[in-house]
Write a protein that binds this ligand. Structure first.
Ligand code: NAD
Ligand code: TDX
Length: 331
């Protein structure tokens, strides 16, 4: 698999994946296809611009996608509308990009016999009770809550159907919440770090009891590389670190790391349909493919805070528009 097409490679996880691939697999010829929506920036790829081919375009553009897929050995599909709050506000781009875009890629890989790895989320399974040790597994029934997770569930179902009916060579991974450099300031951790850096207070939805499992983006991408090289075709793999925290714990921890009182946050109205808890059982990935996360959460959070402190020129242009959107939503 010498030639790799990465969709959504100018976004958060995709750009980290491109950086990691250039570093760890220098023999791979990388092409990035990205529409550069509000969530993507070519600047995220500045450090590797001489090592990749960048194509500005839409995964729903079937002739563009067909030509790119024809000339590749593997497609790693990150491109998506990724933010739950945006999907609640306006679901239409989620249906288009996440469902029609994935369909467009599937038709191209089917035609050209190209391997596909589809990046998905644990949100397709719905949520787990707060006061339990329950976990999602690869067998958990899909039960999405938001337009975002429903559109991702739809895309996963298309991939499964194309594997079964057309013999497409595809794998799927469902990861829990990621954190790390280059994450858009709309997401929980960057939003609160940048609020504190600007002298504003973190904003917790509702009581802040909802629990997420936090995986460093590099650990996620290491798992993706393992699946591309050693995963079994047609299989789904769950990815997650095991580091579960309530949103209140996250915000308190980052306030403490930034030398502020641990309770210097505000409560804001809750997200409609807010999933309570996510937790992935990663036994399959660990035992079959020998993957294990390497990041300690507190060390990873500290490094992420430093990254945002040192890269204000990267996030400041998006910050005021993002907060204006939240203001309209009352959050
Ligand atoms: P992101 O929003 O940061 O980046 C998405 C990228 O896709 C952007 O560069 C954007 O320009 C591009 N894009 C959007 N629509 C496009 C289109 N029609 N054609 C081409 N490119 C388009 O997202 P992210 O957080 O990096 O998530 C990447 C993938 O990982 C998504 O599929 C998401 O569902 C999944 N995921 C994310 C997380 C997380 O915590 N962020 C966790 C699990 C899974
Ligand atoms: O300001 C905030 N305050 C707050 O309490 C924001 C932005 C979020 N939250 C809460 C909502 C969630 O319980 O924090 C939690 C995390 O929120 P997000 O960062 O919006 O992530 P989430 O909705 O959990 O989804 C993320 O993980 C799964 C990604 O955005 C998805 O793309 C991925 O599939």
């Amino acid at each position: 698999m010498r030639r790799m097409l990465v969709t959504g490679g100018a976004g958060f996880i995709g750009s980290n994946f491109v950086h990691d691939t250039v570093r760890s697999f220098p023999e791979v010829e990388l092409t990035v296809l990205d529409l550069l929506t509000y969530a993507g920036s070519q600047r995220n790829l500045d450090a590797v611009s001489d090592r990749i081919t960048f194509v500005h375009g839409d995964i729903c553009d079937s002739s563009l996608v067909d030509g790119l897929v024809r000339d590749t050995d593997v497609v790693v599909h990150f491109a998506a509308e990724s933010h739950v709050d945006n999907s609640l506000n306006d679901p239409s781009p989620f249906i288009r990009t996440n469902i029609v875009g994935t369909f467009t890629l599937l038709e191209a890989v089917r035609k050209h016999g190209v391997r596909l790895h589809h990046i998905s989320t644990d949100e397709v399974f719905g949520d787990l009770p707060l006061d339990s040790d329950d976990q999602f597994t690869e067998q958990t029934a899909y039960d999405p809550s938001s337009p975002y997770s429903a559109s991702k569930a739809g895309s996963d179902m298309l991939v499964r159907a194309w594997v079964r009916s057309y013999g497409v060579q595809a794998t799927i991974s469902n990861c829990a919440n990621n954190y790390g450099p280059y994450q858009h300031v709309e997401k929980l951790i960057p939003r609160q770090i940048t609020n504190v850096l600007l002298g504003d207070r973190p904003k917790l939805y509702g009581a802040g009891d909802n629990v997420r499992e936090w995986t460093h983006v590099t650990d996620h991408n290491t798992a993706v590389h393992r699946i591309i090289t050693a995963g079994r075709i047609g299989e789904t793999y769950l990815i997650g670190s095991g580091d579960e925290r309530s949103n209140r714990q996250i915000v308190s921890e980052l306030l403490t790391l930034m030398n502020h009182p641990a309770d210097a946050y505000d409560h804001v109205p809750d997200r409609p349909g807010h999933d309570l808890r996510y937790s992935n059982n990663t036994t399959k990935l660990r035992t079959e493919l020998g993957w294990a996360p390497t990041y300690d959460f507190t060390a990873g959070l500290r490094a992420t805070i430093e990254w945002y402190r040192e890269n204000s020129a990267w996030w400041k242009p998006a910050k005021s528009a993002t907060e204006a959107k939240y203001k309209l939503l009352g959050r």
